[in-house]
Design a binder for this molecule. Structure first.
Ligand code: SAH
Ligand code: SF4
Length: 377
């Protein structure tokens, strides 16, 4: 049996596992603390565990810690992108966005993606495999460690840096004052990296449960956002299970034909079924859905497109997130001009009372923007 990666387990799973191994479940709390508050990278850091338990863990378990294959930082200092190596040789990208007042990890749920959206770098690379819950959690922990390290450096602490660490990015600390403690804790996780999270439902939900655990990373319901291309059975399952998270649905077009041209899986899950599922979700959970709309010049940014999405969402609890297209190797479209984005927003607001935001274009210089994540290309 391969060693058990402890990051695959919820706290309750860990408790049961300790009992199966013949240890008292009373050790769960301390071990969980070391994993999620101490952000331990090895059992050697857990000197306060009973020696017999530590020896057992060293033989039977691991702490999954992906290696940093490459790290890049955007020139404005707000975004860092990590290429993380997995145990089987594959790799995924994880992004840390450290804007004033908002620290977010954008994590991947799959190596590649099977959904094939034409303008997305991950879709262009195809599907390799699902990530495990532990591999998803490990990305959030990687970002949490980077934040902790930045905090230590901000205070001039020397002891917190392990020798295996990459040198810190010189600009990582620049965007925010170091006394702003809120900038050193992971506050938001968005499942918007590589992959379609609802195609990997079980592992993603296990990871979300671990992220939410109040005795660990303690992310609240509003601090985890899952973005889906529109996997209808997954949305219905989320609704039935009333999962405490924000849901974002990638719409991009308000007609069936328009959607099929950009999002091939719209053939499998047509627009009317998708909207019915969204309605069910909002009714069951009382939550507003974010609808994402990648703005492509001349394709879906006309006044008429704005009116079509306005009519589609008019009676739903909705917010529209407009994302000007980011460049990818396999798609030749251009991002909408800012006047078109503003007109789109104005129509949604004035004619349909629909709130919307335009996503800031950050991290584009290191291909860390929406839809730019890919490996092996
Ligand atoms: N698979 C999920 C989540 C990952 S993609 C989904 O599709 O929703 C995250 C967001 O980035 C989605 O809204 C997606 O449509 C958008 N996106 C993909 N490629 C993009 C690009 N080149 N420019 C801007 N947004 C893009
Ligand atoms: Fe997959 Fe989302 Fe990219 Fe579409 S946009 S290919 S669903 S990652």
């Amino acid at each position: 049996m391969p060693p058990l990666n402890l990051h695959e387990l919820t706290r309750e799973d860990l408790r049961q596992q300790l009992v199966r191994w013949g240890f008292s479940s009373a050790h769960t709390k301390l071990l969980w603390n070391r994993l999620y508050l101490g952000l331990a990278e090895s059992f050697a850091e857990m000197a306060d565990l009973p020696p017999r338990l530590r020896t057992h863990l060293e033989a039977e378990a691991t702490i999954g810690r992906p290696a940093t294959v490459r790290e890049t930082a955007s020139s404005d200092g707000f975004t860092r992108k990590f290429l993380l190596g997995l145990a089987d040789g594959h790799a995924v990208e994880t992004v840390l966005m450290r804007y004033p007042g908002r620290v977010t990890a954008c994590v991947s749920s799959q190596v590649g993606c099977a959904m094939g959206c034409v303008f997305c770098a991950t879709g262009q690379m195809g599907y390799t495999r699902h990530l495990t819950a532990g591999e998803i959690v490990a990305q959030a922990l990687h970002v949490a460690r980077e934040l902790r390290q930045a905090k230590g450096e901000g205070r001039g602490a020397k002891g917190s840096q392990s020798p295996s660490r990459l040198p810190p990015s010189p600009i990582a600390l620049r965007p925010t004052p170091e006394h702003d403690v809120s900038q050193h804790r992971l506050r938001n996780v968005v499942l918007m990296g590589m992959g379609e999270p609802l195609h990997n439902y079980e592992a993603v939900m296990q990871a979300v449960d671990i992220l939410h655990d109040p005795a660990g990373l303690a992310l609240g319901a509003g601090q985890v956002t899952l973005s889906t291309v529109g996997v209808v059975p997954g949305i219905l399952r989320l609704a039935a299970e009333k999962r405490p998270l924000h849901l974002a649905v990638s719409l991009h077009a308000a007609t069936q034909a328009g959607r099929e041209a950009l999002v091939p899986v719209a053939r499998k899950w047509p627009l009317d079924e998708l909207m019915a599922a969204c309605r069910t979700y909002s009714t069951a959970t009382g939550r507003r859905i974010f609808y994402e709309w990648t703005l492509i010049e001349g394709k879906n940014d006309a006044a008429e497109d704005a009116r079509a999405v306005g009519r589609l969402l008019q009676r739903l609890p909705a917010q529209v997130n407009l994302i000007p297209l980011n460049p990818t190797a396999g798609y030749s479209g251009e991002p909408s001009r800012s006047e078109s984005a503003k007109r789109f927003q104005r129509i949604l607001r004035d004619e349909f009372k629909l709130p919307s935001t335009v996503r800031q274009r950050r991290g584009i210089d290191i291909a860390a923007g929406c839809g730019q994540l890919a490996v092996g290309q």
